[in-house]
Design a protein around this ligand. Structure first.
Ligand code: FAD
Length: 430
């Protein structure tokens, strides 16, 4: 019997340290610095580097990775407990060396990279000397890899890439892109794509514009054009035609890591909601005493705690099976639940804050937009619900003894027959 909802005291001490460190040292950076990804900003580096050194000293750096890659090999469950603290702050994942998309890209490089690729790209990435970008989505669609048109052709010793990519996040700060392109157009749909490492300064690669989200006029999600972009042959990452499988390596982990951090973000909205309810008075009583406010608090707590349990259970299953395919259903469920919980809690917190809630002085408007981002990035909610339902139905199909519809009346008949004697006795004794 091993159902246990407690954290070992030793690791709890680490979590307590992380919580205090993030609140006191890291969260303040969120208010004064622009992007955690801008490794060329000397002011950012002056503030971030000493904090990263402290995290390394405490042996909490890059906890998503195994020890041979400079991580701690803690596994996903411990990572989940850490990430729900880090999720409170924009800068915390960078300070702890586990920020997206570099975390997922480093997983790909670790699994598929050649020794040269690891030396040149993975090592500085793990040290946060450089940052990276994942360039997959195209203007004509992201949810369906079959529509991708960007082509890579082998000419002599070089791959030549032509096409357009959309929403390549952080390309403006990245030293290299991990790019998906069609290499084998006549192969079956899921064997047409390959993955490449493209240095950002390669001639022919241009940023059409940096697209923003919400109110941002200029953002960090690059619309990229690849025009005869030539990269050496050895910049193919993983097997030719294996792009889809390579991408799944990062997306499985990426999705659950987003969910872990989202727990932290939603809890932040919830904390603010409770503080407001206990401090604001209207029409003679605290908001906390109004039943409709109480309902918002109760619903939010239930949403957060049930989502958190699903995230932790999924993390536990990843550690147990060490195979993302075995937890596809769980990850799809987490991914589908995440935007709804995030949205609903942020909207309730915004409402309870009145006019203050819609201002940029509070985080709620950004959180609502971010909740929509969570329902799109790494695949739209609909696609994950389809995956979840298909997996569930496949499991049902695979079980023996499926009944045709109308089996309940048959079961009732059988039960009546089985217990006929006893039932008659009971009827008779009344
Ligand atoms: C903030 C942000 C950051 C991102 N960062 C990156 C990045 O770094 N790299 C990258 O490559 N991509 C990135 N993306 C792109 C993201 O992966 C895509 O937006 C996503 O895959 C959906 O693709 P799309 O936007 O082209 O929507 P489409 O594929 O056009 O889908 C549009 C809508 O159609 C519906 N839909 C789609 N498929 C189905 C279906 N099978 N059944 C029912 N309904 C469906 C959904 O409502 C979906 O939202 C990012 C997106 C956002 C918002």
């Amino acid at each position: 019997m091993s159902w246990d909802f407690e954290t070992e005291p030793e690791f709890q001490r680490e979590l307590d340290w992380i919580d205090q460190f993030v609140r006191q040292e890291v969260e303040p950076l969120d208010y004064v610095l622009e992007s955690p990804y801008d490794v060329t900003n000397p002011k950012r580096n002056r503030l971030v580097r000493p904090l990263q050194a402290e995290v390394r000293k405490r042996k909490l750096w890059a906890c998503h990775l195994e020890p041979e890659l400079g991580g701690q090999g803690y596994g996903q469950l411990k990572l989940a407990l850490m990430n729900e603290i880090l999720g409170r702050s924009r800068f915390a994942p960078t300070v702890f060396g586990c920020q997206a998309p570099d975390s997922g890209n480093s997983e790909i490089l670790a699994k598929y990279g050649t020794p040269e690729q690891k030396k040149r790209y993975l090592e500085p990435l793990l040290a946060n000397e450089i940052v990276s970008c994942f360039s997959m989505t195209e203007p004509q669609g992201g949810a369906d890899p079959k529509v991708f048109q960007t082509r890579a052709e082998l000419r002599g010793d070089n791959w030549v890439i032509n096409g357009e990519k959309w929403f390549s996040s952080n390309a403006r700060y990245a030293s290299f892109l991990i790019t998906m392109a069609v290499t084998d157009p006549d192969a079956p749909p899921y064997q047409r794509l390959s993955t490449f490492i493209v240095p950002m300064d390669t001639p022919g690669l241009t940023v059409v514009r940096n697209v923003g989200v919400g109110h941002e006029r200029e953002g960090t999600h690059a619309y990229l054009r690849y025009q005869d972009v030539q990269i050496p042959k050895d910049h193919l990452l993983g097997p030719r035609g294996g792009g889809f499988v390579v991408a799944q390596t990062r997306l499985g982990g990426g999705r659950i890591h987003h969910a872990m951090r989202t727990v932290g973000q939603v809890r932040k909205a919830f904390d603010l909601m409770c503080e407001r309810a206990l401090s604001r008075t209207t029409q003679g009583s605290l908001l906390a005493d109004k039943q409709m406010v109480q309902e918002k608090i109760a619903d939010s707590w239930i949403d957060i705690e049930s989502f958190r349990l699903l995230v932790l259970r999924t993390a536990w299953r990843i550690d147990r099976y060490r195979d993302y395919l075995k937890v596809r259903k769980d990850i799809a469920a987490v991914k589908a639940q995440m935007p709804k919980v995030f949205h609903d809690v942020a909207v309730r917190a915004l409402q309870i804050h009145g006019s203050l809630g819609v201002t940029p002085e509070m985080p709620f408007v950004d959180q609502v937009i971010e909740s929509f981002v969570m329902g799109l990035a790494d695949g739209p909610t609909e696609v994950h619900k389809i995956t979840l339902a298909r997996q569930i139905l496949r499991e049902y199909k695979a079980t023996d003894g499926l009944f045709p519809s109308g089996h309940i009346p048959a079961l009732r008949e059988a039960a009546l027959k089985k217990y006929a004697n006893i039932l008659e006795l009971e009827v008779a004794s009344q």
